[in-house]
Structure formats: C-alpha cells, structure tokens
Design a binder for this molecule. Sequence first.
Ligand code: GDP
Length: 597
Amino acid sequence: MGENKEKVIVIPAYLTVRDLARLMEVSPIDVIKQLMNDGIIATINQQVDYETAAIVAAEMGFETKEEAPPVVETADEEGPIPLWERLYAGEDPDDLHLRPPVVTVLGHVDHGKTSLLDAIRRTDVAAGEVGGITQHIGAYQIEHRGRLITFLDTPGHEAFTAMRARGAHTTDIAVLVVAADDGVMPQTVEAINHARAARVPIIVALNKIDKPNAQPERTKKALSDINLTPDDWGGNTLCVPVSAKKRIGLEDLLEAILLIADSQEIKANPNRPAVGTVLEGRLDTSQGPVATVLVQNGTLHVGDSIVAGTVCGRVRRMIDEHGQTIDEALPSTPVLILGLSGVSTAGDLFEVMPDDRTCRTIVARRLEEQQARTTAAQPFSLDDLSQSIRQGKIKELNLIVKADVQGSIEPIVNSLETLGAEDLKVNVIHTAAGNITESDINLAVASQAIVVGFQVTMDPAARRMAEVEGIDVRIYDVIYKLIDEIELALKGLLEPTYVAKVIGRAQVRAIFDISRIGQIAGCYIIEGEVRRNAKVRVLRTGQEIHDGHVSSLKRFEKDVREVRTGFECGVGLEDFHDFQENDVIEFYVMEREKTAD
Ligand code: GDP
C-alpha cells in the first residue's frame, strides 16, 4: 500500500468509518478490517475520533492531518475555540436541540458567590419534591418556569480559569456577582477579563442590595467605566439587583439567564454518544474512583464505555445531585459516575467509545503521548514568538501585565498597544496591580499569553505552575526595557540567549585505547550528573583544551543515558582522543536565559 504514501488526507475531529473510507478512497470493509486488527470493533456508521482514524490511515499508507476547527466568529473576532468545536463537531443542524444553559458564578471574594449559589439552589421546586439529600457534586440543575438551568457550583474565577486552562469550555453564561456595598474590586475586573477571554456573556448580579450602605447606582457607574454598561444605563449588560441573603431578585436573575440563553442558541444533539468535561474526580473510600462530569453533547447511559483523559471504564452507576440513581444523563446534566479505573482530572474531556477495548487503546496512547510531551515540553515564550513571527505563523500576542502600582499600568499598556501593527495585534488581556499569582498563570495558559511584570515578584505557587505549564514570565524593573523587549519580539528580532549550565564533572582516572573507536576515558563522577546528550569541555589543570560532544557513555559495557556522582563510567568524545589522567570533563547543557527571576 506504499503507493498512498504521497497522499495526505485531512481528517476531522470525528468521522464515521464510512467517511474515513471515502476520504481514503478505499472500501469501508478494509477500514473495518484494519480497525479490527487494532482491536477496535466498529460498524460502518460508527464514529471514530481523529486519533483512531489517523492510526488506521497511517497503517493504510496515508499521511494524515487533523482538520483545523472552523474559526468561530464573534463580535471581537478572537481566535477559535477548538474544544467547543470538538464537542459539537460535525453535527447536522437538524439534530441539534435546545439544552439548558450552563452558568458559572464569578466575582470578588466575599461578594456573595457561595450565598447566591445556595440561594438559587433553594428556589428549585423540583428539588423539594424529590426530597432527597442534596449532594454537592460540583454542579446542580434547577428548574425555573419549566426550564432547566445548570449551575457549576465551585464559585470563583480560579476554578473557571483552571478549567479553561485545561482546554475545557464548560460555561455558556457567567454571572458576575458584585456587592453593591463594595463595588468593583480587583477580582471583579479579573473575573470580567477571564469571562471575556473565554467569550462568555456576562450578567451582573448586583448583590447585597438589602444592606443600608448599598450603592447600586454608584456600582453601575463603576461597571460602565470598565465597559460593562448596565442596560438601564444605556448599555447592553443585564444587571440584576439581588440579595442572596434576603432572597430578593432571584427570579429576575433566573429570567435574565434564560433571556441571554435564548439569544445564544445553546444546543446539543442528545442522540449520540456522550461527550463532556470532568468537573471533579476523587477517590471515595467505599465507592472507589468517582467523578462528576458535565454531559455537553449526546446522552450518557449506564453501561457506556468511557474514556476521560487518561482513565477509562464503564459507567456502573450514575447519581444526580439529589442523590438519586439515574439511567441516563442528557446534555448539560451534571452527574456523578462510578466505574472508572482511576481518579480523573477536572477539566479533562470525557467521551463515550464503542467498547472498553477502544478506551484502553486510547488511554495507552495518551499516556505515551503524555510521556513524550513531558520529555519535550515546548513552552510558548517571547523567543518562540519571535521565531513564529518570522515564519508568519502568528497574528496576535496576548499579554498579561502586572505592575507594582496601578499608576504604572497605564503607561505600560499604552506603550505596548502602540507596538502592534495591522497584521500583528497586541492584546493586553488582563492588567492588575500586585504580584504575579497562580490565577494569572492560569489565564496565561488558557489564552496562550505571556506574563509581563513590572517591579513585582512571582508567588511561589505561580512560579511552580509557570514552570510546569511552560508559561513565559518576564519581570522588568525599567519600563523601557520591558517595551524594548516586546518590540523586538514583535519584529521577530528577539533571539533567545543561551547560557551554559554545568550539570556535572567527571575526573579521568584511566585511559583505554580501543581500535577503530579511539580513546575511552575511565571516569569517576565527582559532582552532579553526566548525560549522554550533554555537551562537554575538557579541562586540564583548569584550562579548557577541548569543547565538543559526547560520543559514548557506558557503565560496564552498557550504553547509559546518565551517571550520577560517586559512580564510574566510560566516556568517549567526538573528535577528541588525547585524554590524560586527572583531566576533568565538564558536562553542560545550553539553557535559555530568561528575564524572569
Ligand atoms: P463569596 O466569597 O463570594 O463566596 O461570598 P459568600 O457567599 O461567602 O458571602 C460573603 C459574606 O457576605 C457572608 O458573610 C454572607 O453572609 C454575606 N452576604 C452574601 N450575600 C449577601 C446579601 O445579599 N446581603 C447581605 N447583607 N450579606 C450577604
């Protein structure tokens, strides 16, 4: 089948076996056979995902590419939402039916997010009828005038952005809680930026209006100042006065949610295998691994084989938020599921697959990929940006700006915004005074942004997270340096600076001449660790006499990748065969120098 090698086929995120066969111009029977060889039993109309299709196609001699998800045009013309597309990819508009909107409650600490979620939950008539014990499963549904609304009940934009950082798009509408006695606070602004970055419409719940010192009009003015003008101030943001404590205005808020939902075409196809997002995963001492999932498309049934990130299993039991056992969960339903093989991670996508075997194959592949990714993590940085710009791959740069005081932010943002050009936009997606926090890094992950700080430091948790997620954080203490560097990056002129970092030293104790290979130095590792893929300098009485690459690293005749302090090994170098006893071989790696401390 080598004749197909030249052919590249573009495969969508999901397609049926029939469509895959059509793309390759082969008989569907051959595709089914190939799938069987891979341990997957599929019928002609069954859907397979890109990963599976790509393996089959490769085995049948094709090169494959994943179809880019269509760009979702929005008012502010931002980029695509790949996961969202994936959830609803390939649906025939005729199969789509309205589903309940999924709402997240965001806002500044103590403005009443938790109180509001509790108050709304208690408005639910249906819950009272069931009479069961309410279970906190990370989300709940209420019925209002015969229509369902789903609330994610982990309040706070940290949770919201953490989910989004993992690629999960769970929310249709954000309710921004602003306490009328406290007004617009830093986390209010942060929440707005997070919701905007996710392109989720915002409804303002003007809370605590029962308080004597509440100043609703003043708060509305402050909201107008940050481009969230309430409807009664001539804007288009619904702003509902409420009191979570006195239970005032809750119905109006629910009405507002349904109104926005109606303008959004919130739909899904209930007649297909379920796809959704893990909201929470934990190990229950008696039940084993349990996960709350939000079904976002399709219907989930007891007995379905599912894969969620890197765990899989068969749904043994499903429990709703009233503690009732249910057999099926429709789109927008949050449900607790039992039967997974391990603890799943919040934000992971879950999908129903044809059978357990397919699930296991996918998990095995993902684990392998995960392994490969961790060994070759490719963070997005300013230097990468420069390279991508030179290659014409990038059209915009998202920045998060943190500064010591509010007063520094404006000049920085103004200067940064003048740097953009027509074909290369600079988007400052969030600014705030204060140190760089985990929340900033989360937003950066979710929006592929770079974090720039001016006279600030980074919280230890943020630093760890930035390292793990590969987020470029640049901290400056002079404004012009900050601007210069971003400008250079935008012009594609920033070259990464590399510095040599010594990782270990070995002392030569014996020399062996081996025919055809050359010299091997018998060494003792005196410091750190030495690696096969590192570079080396040979030092004789402190003077460098050679700089080059390792050709072999062995322990007892066996090739090894690394050797640590206190061990002996044999080292061969490329183009150097002139060792003397007591030479020191210094192993080093080239690391990118960062402005971030
Ligand atoms: P969160 O941090 O945003 O989740 O805020 P909480 O829901 O924990 O509320 C913070 C405080 O504000 C608590 O003491 C609540 O009792 C109080 N609170 C919340 N909503 C209202 C309200 O509508 N009116 C009044 N007077 N107090 C409220």
